[in-house]
Design a protein around this ligand. Structure first.
Ligand SMILES: [Zn+2]
Length: 315
């Protein structure tokens, strides 16, 4: 599979904290950004299979929206253990956002990858979730993937933040009461873009929506049989919901595309109360509270980049 490698600009954590503190103030009433020890992510509410998001950090973008639309390309199936080898980090801990493995599930879904991949020393652990539309009543369901399935598949597209899963220093971001138009991730991404300009910075990690509600989408279980050719057509096809805190989000974002047709941000989330999906923005600016932990990525890997592309379906 085609795989391109790129080195991100990697500022120091203290510089990043300073830049983000200043930038996020344009969009949130209360902002506190600092460098801290990563909390133990094996604990609630994260319940990840590893303690941290540090060590040999990478962002991998696999496939892309052009494999889902205008019409689905069912050849585009992937394996997270193989992806870990492609990004030269077998055993990597990966989190992020993508499409669920229809090749296993038999239907389309939103995927929240949380995987410690296989290494010489350890068997792989799949802590992923997926959410999908319940055909019986049109509602949605969130399930832990390894309850019924034992593979490490994903499909069509994935934005992944990979690391050794080690404890270590990370950037903590607390933001309360949204005063601007940007969602939490876009606010961080644009802050980095404004400051670092042509030097792309990539970040990933996890944040909790502690209070408030968010607008989310879940794709239908069936791929569209008629071609989807615009954001308007896609929005008619998708199912939108409002989901409530606490939500555990898995953001991956890049300040500037160095020329690999990247999706600049992609965030999926799960919860312990049955809600999960693709994060758009909070719908409760006056009461929303975010708490996040982020690490900058050293490398970008672009895997199986679509040759024919378009601009829609990236929201
Ligand atoms: Zn998504």
């Amino acid at each position: 599979m085609a795989c391109a490698e790129f080195s991100f600009h990697v500022p120091s954590l203290s510089e990043l904290a300073e830049v983000m503190q200043k930038g996020l103030k344009d969009n949130f009433a209360e902002v506190q950004v600092s460098v801290v020890d990563c909390p133990d992510l094996t604990k609630e509410p994260f319940t990840f299979p590893v303690k941290g998001i540090c060590g040999k950090t990478r962002i991998a973008e696999v496939g892309g929206v052009p494999y889902l639309m205008p019409l689905v390309n069912k050849k585009k199936v992937y394996d997270l253990n193989k992806i870990a080898k492609e990004i030269k980090l077998p055993g990597a801990f990966m989190l992020g956002a993508g499409a669920g493995p229809f090749q296993t599930l038999g239907f389309n879904s939103e995927f929240m990858p949380i995987v410690q991949t296989e290494s010489e020393h350890n068997p792989p652990v799949n802590g992923s979730y997926f959410s999908y539309i319940n055909p019986a009543d049109g509602g949605y369901l969130l399930e832990k993937y390894n309850k019924k399935y034992h593979d490490f598949g994903c499909a069509l597209m994935a934005n992944l933040f990979a690391s050794e899963g080690q404890p270590g220093k990370v950037i903590e971001v607390k933001a309360k009461r949204r005063t601007g138009q940007l969602n939490f991730v876009t606010s961080m991404r644009q802050t980095l873009g404004n400051h670092y300009g042509n030097k792309p910075v990539g970040m990933g990690g996890t944040f909790i929506v502690q209070k408030g509600k968010v607008k989310a989408h879940i794709m239908p279980t069936e791929f569209s049989s008629c071609p989807l050719n615009s954001d308007e057509e896609i929005n008619k096809w998708l199912n939108f919901y409002e989901m409530k805190a606490p939500l555990v989000c898995l953001p991956v974002f890049v300040s500037k595309d160095p020329g690999f047709d990247l999706r600049l941000e992609h965030t999926h989330f799960f919860s312990h109360h049955g809600e999960g999906g693709h994060y758009h923005y909070d719908t409760t600016p006056d009461t929303v509270e975010y708490l996040g932990y982020f690490s900058p990525a050293e490398f970008l890997y672009r895997i199986d980049q679509p040759k024919e592309t378009h601009g829609f379906g990236r929201d």
